[in-house]
Write a protein that binds this ligand. Structure first.
Ligand code: TXA
Ligand code: MG
Length: 326
């Protein structure tokens, strides 16, 4: 099941579907211009047919072979690629990438920051279409074990890159208008990081709209579907009062200090997400996977340190989609 880069290239060129590592989450890859291979991706994931796939490239030059970039989009790619940033780009109506975009004259493109996958795409010399490697509706896979359990018998191979470094999906931006920047999906690169690089450029006055504040109704097709859910129902706790009133021997997903983790362990079964937002993001989907292995009827989520950093906002976004509140 595990393949080398050369084997992955051969399988993809033969129309196969190969799972590849990135710094965010694993992707379920097919050559973007091969409509039969892209079809397989939809079948394997059971993905709705109106939900287009991100195209992965190994360089800015390679993206520019398929599309003309406006100055702001190009600038952002120069700043953040390779990295956890995806951008919406207009493509010609006869683009070879239409199989991956569901026939739309736009694509979402990114250059993933993972040496194995950069080498894979360079050797392939073709854009690699790839949604997150998970059955639709489930949370994304961040290590090979999770993916093998979910999709193992359906894929043609997996390129092993270990545990994904960031652990949450890339930010998606619409920067096609040089005078306004819309964050379509929150990720590790958020308004803080964007403002920091824009501040001394001709784009400094460009306002940044987040999903909750944007005036436009534009969203990615994927955002209308329920995402990221583990099988186990998870209820989110919002304050210490709620935590105090839990009966003993509950299952709790916890992110915060080690001292508090030990205190909780005295009365509960605790899955530890990590001490910082970076660690919690890195471990988040893996812990949802571990939770499902426990086969408990319900769990609680308690992250008292959730902050307003870009990763914090991104986590909050995922949590709202998976949890019920009290
Ligand atoms: O970190 C990531 O972005 C991962 C790794 C594998 O790169 N990929 C990922 O793909 O999260 P996926 O398919 O799970 O999410 C992509 C989102 C979906 O919500 C989809 O609707 C949106 O991007 N999208 C893709 N192409 C689009 C297009 N042409 N126009 C609008 N939205 C698009
Ligand atoms: Mg996904």
């Amino acid at each position: 099941m595990f393949v080398t880069i050369d084997q992955a290239v051969a399988k993809l060129k033969a129309g196969g579907v190969v799972v590849f590592p990135t710094e965010t989450v694993y992707g379920l890859g097919a050559i973007a211009s091969n409509s039969e291979a892209v079809d397989k991706v939809y079948r394997i994931k059971n993905r709705p047919r109106d939900n287009p796939l991100i195209c992965h490239f190994f360089s800015l030059d390679q993206i520019e072979q398929y599309a003309r970039l406006n100055p702001l989009t190009k600038f952002l790619l120069q700043q953040f690629a390779p990295g956890p940033l995806s951008v919406l780009i207009d493509i010609p109506t006869d683009s070879p990438l239409l199989p991956a975009t569901c026939g739309r004259p736009t694509m979402v493109a990114r250059i993933p920051n993972h040496p194995l996958t950069l080498e894979l795409i360079a050797k392939l010399n073709e854009p690699l279409a790839g949604p997150s490697a998970n059955t639709s509706g489930k949370f994304s896979g961040t290590n090979p074990e999770m993916i093998l359990q979910d999709l193992g018998d359906k894929i043609d191979g997996i390129l092993d890159g270990g545990q994904c470094q960031i652990g949450l999906e890339s930010t998606i931006l619409d920067a096609r208008n040089n005078n306004s920047l819309v964050i379509l999906r929150q990720g590790a690169i958020g308004s803080r990081e964007l403002k920091a690089v824009l501040s001394t450029t001709p784009f400094a006055q460009t306002p940044i709209y987040l999903p909750e504040s944007q005036k436009t109704t534009m969203v990615t097709p994927g955002s209308k579907y329920k995402h990221y859910a583990p099988r186990t129902p998870v209820i989110c706790l919002h304050n210490y009062e709620e935590l105090k009133h839990l009966p003993v021997q509950q299952t709790i997903l916890f992110g915060g200090s080690v001292a508090e983790y030990h205190t909780l362990q005295a009365n509960h079964q605790v899955l530890f997400l990590g001490e910082t937002i970076v660690q919690i993001s890195h471990n988040f989907y893996r812990c949802l996977y571990d939770l499902d292995q426990l086969k408990v009827s319900q769990a609680w989520l308690w992250i008292p340190i959730l902050d307003e950093s870009s990763l914090g906002r991104s986590l909050r976004d995922k949590i709202e989609k998976i949890t019920n509140t009290l």
